[in-house]
Ligand binder design. Structure first.
Ligand SMILES: [Zn+2]
Length: 391
């Protein structure tokens, strides 16, 4: 299906529609004179409201790269049935245009699969890639991969990676593809103590997805050195067997930056454009833990990735970069400090794994970025993204 055909269908859906009342977005029969994006780099900033972006800039006395992006809007992150949002339902909404229930991954409120941006991109012949700062089964990433009731359903989520046939997938968690790994509690960003598979059972579905990926022609690389050396056209690169630690517990800043650089290098070689989804989860966890030092370190690392994307886009000239928060983590506020001294203190209203219902910023730069303005619901971002990619 061609992009324009898809857009015609989308325009006919009353649930989505093109005319947005809140932000004055143009209707489909209008012909706004905008330049179309060949590539999309979509960066998901898990748990990041305004304060999570602002605090690290105060401490280093220089605002983060996102604040230099030309366009910005506020995004309502609420699922249909709760004030306390979550990355899966939020990313389902912005990635498919369908608002859904709390916790749902790529499903509408009735449990039916909804087509996501990556699936449209596949039909359009675009190259597609995923980069995760941590594992490949994180809640902010999986709505672009799978269609399941919740993000703990690791086996169908990893199996969806095999069906989806992305061009480049880089992140941690190879063991999830070969063994039964339970996810009883949200991951903390602390490395799994035992990376070996010696004590793990085979997957319940009996599949070894690494073997299946190899049969499909993928190069499988493990460890950063091997990933960075690869020039494979189809690549799964695992930065760690399970998860990676946060920056205060051993992970280094270059991991996330290098993974992104490699993905851009490989995807940028495709002539028909690409869609790259990049997810960070470490700021979210630092915010849930009320750890301002860690939060700032992680946010600055994410901002390095944003900088990399913006530099690529500037050089390329046809790339839209969008950086969007997922539901804000734990109600962070900035309470005291002195910006001229690089000092800030923060408090959290809801310590623990709670997301608040406040709106979060979405930053955009590149062709089509001018439509990111005003305030929108998460599902209303989808037609704006689609519009920017229309050929
Ligand atoms: Zn969170």
């Amino acid at each position: 299906m061609k992009r324009r055909d898809t857009l015609k269908i989308l325009a006919s859906l009353p649930m989505i529609g093109w005319a947005q009342t809140q932000n004055g977005f143009a209707a489909t029969n209008d012909k706004p004179a905008i330049k179309k994006a060949r590539n999309l780099i979509l960066i998901s900033a898990d748990g990041m409201g305004a304060c999570q972006w602002q605090a690290p800039g105060i401490i280093r006395k220089s605002p983060l790269s996102v604040f230099g992006m030309e366009h910005c809007c506020l995004v309502d992150t609420l699922p249909l049935n709760k004030i306390n949002g979550d990355a899966p339902s939020h990313c389902t909404a912005l990635g498919s245009g369908v608002a859904t229930n709390s916790g749902f991954v790529g499903l509408d409120p009735n449990g039916k699969p909804v087509k996501n941006l990556m699936e449209y991109a596949k039909e359009w012949g675009m190259a597609r890639g995923i980069v995760s700062a941590n594992s490949l089964v994180e809640g902010s990433i999986v709505p672009f991969v799978a269609h399941v009731r919740n993000r703990m359903m690791v086996e169908p989520i990893t199996a969806a990676y095999v069906e989806d046939e992305f061009d480049v997938v880089l992140g941690a968690g190879k063991n999830y593809f070969t063994h039964k790994v339970t996810m009883d509690a949200p991951q903390t960003g602390v490395a799994c103590e035992d990376d070996s598979t010696a004590n793990l059972s085979p997957r319940q579905d009996g599949r070894n997805l690494i073997d299946e990926l190899k049969q499909k022609g993928y190069a499988i690389e493990e460890g950063m050195d091997n990933i960075m050396r690869s020039n494979a056209k189809r690549l799964f690169g695992f930065s760690a067997p399970m998860t990676l630690p946060n920056l205060m517990q051993g992970r280094t800043e270059d991991v996330f930056v290098n993974l992104t650089e490699k993905a851009l290098e490989l995807l940028g070689a495709h002539s028909n454009g690409f869609m790259l989804m990049i997810g960070d989860m470490y700021v979210d966890r630092a915010s849930h833990d009320g750890n301002l030092d860690l939060l700032c370190k992680e946010a600055l690392n994410l901002d390095q990735v944003v900088r990399l994307a913006l530099d690529f886009a500037k050089k390329d000239g046809n790339t839209l970069v969008v950086v969007v928060g997922t539901p804000e983590a734990s109600g962070m506020t900035l309470t005291h400090g002195n910006p001229s001294e690089g000092k800030v203190e923060a408090k959290w209203n809801e310590p623990g794994m709670i997301h608040t219902g406040i709106m979060v910023p979405c930053f955009a730069q590149g062709p089509g970025a001018e439509h990111f303005k005003g305030s929108v619901c998460n599902h209303e971002l989808f037609p704006i993204l689609m519009k920017a990619l229309e050929k």
